[in-house]
Every structure is written in C-alpha cells, then in structure tokens.
Design a protein around this ligand. Structure first.
Ligand SMILES: O=C(O)CCC(=O)C(=O)O
Ligand SMILES: [Fe+2]
Length: 359
C-alpha cells in the first residue's frame, strides 16, 4: 500500500525550496514528509460573526455611533474578531496590494540572497523576506511569506517596484483606521480620552506588513498553512484574494471566516489583551490550505510604538485589584516572537502573571 505521506521531495528541489516551487512540480501528488501535520481542518459556519460598520463610528448619528460602539465591544469581548465594513479604504488599493504581493511571490527564486533572502525581520534588518522556514515545531508550513516593518520607519522589499508606493499608501490608510478603532476601544474600556494614544505612543505606532502565499496542496489535511497562534500587536488587519482559509477559534470550536466584498478581517491581538488586563482576549486563529486554488493573504499588524512599554491600563488594574500581565517593551515582545526563541510557546503565556506570584 502506498504510504499516505511521501517520504521524499522530488529530487530536483532543494531542501529549503519555496513551497510555491514545490507545489508547481508536476510530480507532486502527496505531501512531502517535512510538511506532515495531520489536522482536522474543518471549520464550522456561524451567522453571528460580528460585523462592525466603520462609517457609523466616524460619521454616524449619535444612535448609530452608540450602537456600533456596542457592536465593537461585544466583538472584542466575545470573539476577538470582526469583519470591518465601510472602512473608507478604496477597493482599488486593496486590490493593488494583493496584486503587488502576488507579484512578489512570482519573482524568480534566487538562491544567492538577492531578491528573496531567507532571514527573519528584526529592527536592525527590517526589510526582509523569507520563505518556508522550518519552524522549531518540527514541520514545515505550507506557505511562503514576506514580512517588512513599514512604520514608524518604512521598509519595503526592492522588488517588485510597484510594491513600494502601494504598500506606503496601504500602511498609511490602515494606520489611520486602526488608530480610530483603538480610540473607540479605549472609550469602550472606560479609559480617559487620549489615554490609548498617549500611553501606546500611537503617533509612532509599529506596523508590520506580511503577505502569505499558500499554493494548492495535494493533501490539505496533511499540512497546514499556519497552525493555531495569536498575533503580537493590538489589532491585525487581514485581506485576501477571495480564497477562504482563515479560521478563528471561538468557545473551543474552529469557525471559517468569510469576507464580504471589500471588507477587512480584524482580530484583537496580544497587546490589546494586555492593555485591557484580559477583558479582550487575543484570538487564536490558523490558516488552512486547500487543493484547488492558491490563496494569498495580506496582513497588517498594528501595534504600539516600538519603545512603548505595554502593560495593563492603570484604571483597569485598579478595578480588578491586580494586573494580570507583566509590562514589556513592545518591540522586544515582537522580536521575541519573530525570532522563534520561544520554540512554539506563546509569548503571552510567558508574561501572564500567575496567581502564586501575587503573594
Ligand atoms: O493567512 C491567513 O489567513 C492568516 C495569516 C496570519 O494569521 C498571520 O500572518 O499572522
Ligand atoms: Fe496571525
């Protein structure tokens, strides 16, 4: 009987080839062993995944605004996830950033560094791209990706040339929407006006752009695009090329997300959990793969300023009688996660204050 998982990759592909090249190889009809990750990638459907109408937050009547603030609070509290509609970012820009990101993955693969170096982004090396690096979890992910720090300093891969302008505009537009949402979230948490902006130093907020490329996979239940994780930062924005794959965990169950035309999928991330002293949980999510179509997602992680120390808001600690998280400088948190030093552990778990530490 043929093994379910092929023991070797096609011999013309290097050990650390991009997944795209592997998926395109005509001889591939099963998942090579280094990707082996048996998973139940089914997701449920829910009609109650929250939708937040951004236009009512910025220009609604008082009643509309009050309602959407409640929607936003409920979304952050119960799901850690919402579909943002009427956000004002032109559809043409969303399309352009998907297209330019796709072109990045279509660049010729250069083994000697040049166009697609295989290193991780850090503050001292912020404009880099990488590919299917084998994580310390022991299996390789079914995705290629590129990441670049885009704010407070803008960095961008050199090619494709069109990416630079589109990414700069996408960064600016998403930044302003994220900032407005964060101010409203501050209001929902009962924090003083201006507190969130000031304490997180949002004028120089950190943004990390990432694009993920998930080629069709011959055995989708034998590989994973991205296993369950939470994100660093405050709010993650995600758009994609119309091919579904993002699932979120809610009450222990996995749900497929769907996105109406032109919407942005937003999830609450680790630093919002910390700031809110645990009121808003950083949602676990994953990217599953399929055997039909290439999926591309473009992600903008919106965080605090690199040098801001993020900790639970004082007013909430007072209400709760204790802080549930240790303070940590924002960029240190991010770079700990990007470095893979945690060996699959969650950074958030590392800074949670355990009950026994209270004595
Ligand atoms: O591609 C996706 O749907 C998920 C991407 C993601 O979770 C991430 O880049 O952190
Ligand atoms: Fe994520």
């Amino acid at each position: 009987m043929a093994p379910a998982i092929a023991p070797v990759k096609p011999s013309n592909l290097a050990e650390n080839s991009f997944v795209k090249a592997l998926a395109e190889s005509s001889t591939l009809n099963s998942v090579p062993s280094q990707f082996a990750y048996a998973n139940d990638s089914r997701g449920s459907h829910s009609d109650s995944i929250p939708i937040v109408d951004f236009s009512h937050l910025v220009a609604g009547t008082p009643d509309q605004r009050a309602k959407v603030l409640r929607d936003l609070d409920k979304a952050c509290r119960e799901w850690g996830f919402f579909v943002l509609v009427n956000h004002g970012i032109p559809e043409s820009l969303l399309k352009a950033i998907i297209e330019a990101s796709l072109e990045y993955f279509e660049l010729p693969e250069e083994t000697s560094g040049g166009t697609r170096p295989r290193v991780r982004p850090t503050l001292s090396n912020p404009a880099v791209a990488a590919s299917s690096i084998r994580p310390t979890t022991g299996f390789t992910l079914w995705r290629d990706f590129v990441k670049s720090y885009v704010h407070p300093q803008f960095h961008c891969p050199e090619k494709p040339h069109k990416l630079r302008d589109v990414l700069a505009e996408f960064s600016e537009k998403t930044r302003s929407v994220a900032r407005k949402l964060l101010q409203d979230i501050g209001e929902n948490l009962g924090l003083e006006k201006g507190y969130v902006d000031e304490v997180l130093k949002l004028d120089s907020c950190f943004q990390l752009y990432a694009a993920n490329y998930y080629p069709p996979c011959p055995q989708p239940d034998q590989a994973i695009g991205l296993p369950a994780h939470t994100d660093h930062g405050l709010l993650t924005f995600l758009i994609h090329n119309g091919v579904a794959g993002l699932q979120i965990q809610h009450n222990g169950e996995w749900f497929n997300t769907n996105s109406p035309q032109n919407s942005i999928l937003v999830n609450t991330a680790d630093h919002l959990e910390i700031l809110s002293n645990g009121r808003y949980k950083s949602v676990r999510h994953r990217a599953v793969v399929n055997n039909e179509a290439t999926r591309i997602s473009v992600v903008m992680a919106n965080g605090a300023a690199p040098d801001a120390v993020v900790e639970p808001a004082g007013a909430l600690v007072e209400q709760d009688g204790r802080a549930y998280y240790h303070p940590m400088k924002f960029i240190e948190y991010v770079e700990t996660m990007l470095s893979n030093r945690l060996q699959g552990k969650s950074n958030l778990d590392c800074i949670k204050i355990q009950q026994q530490e209270d004595h």
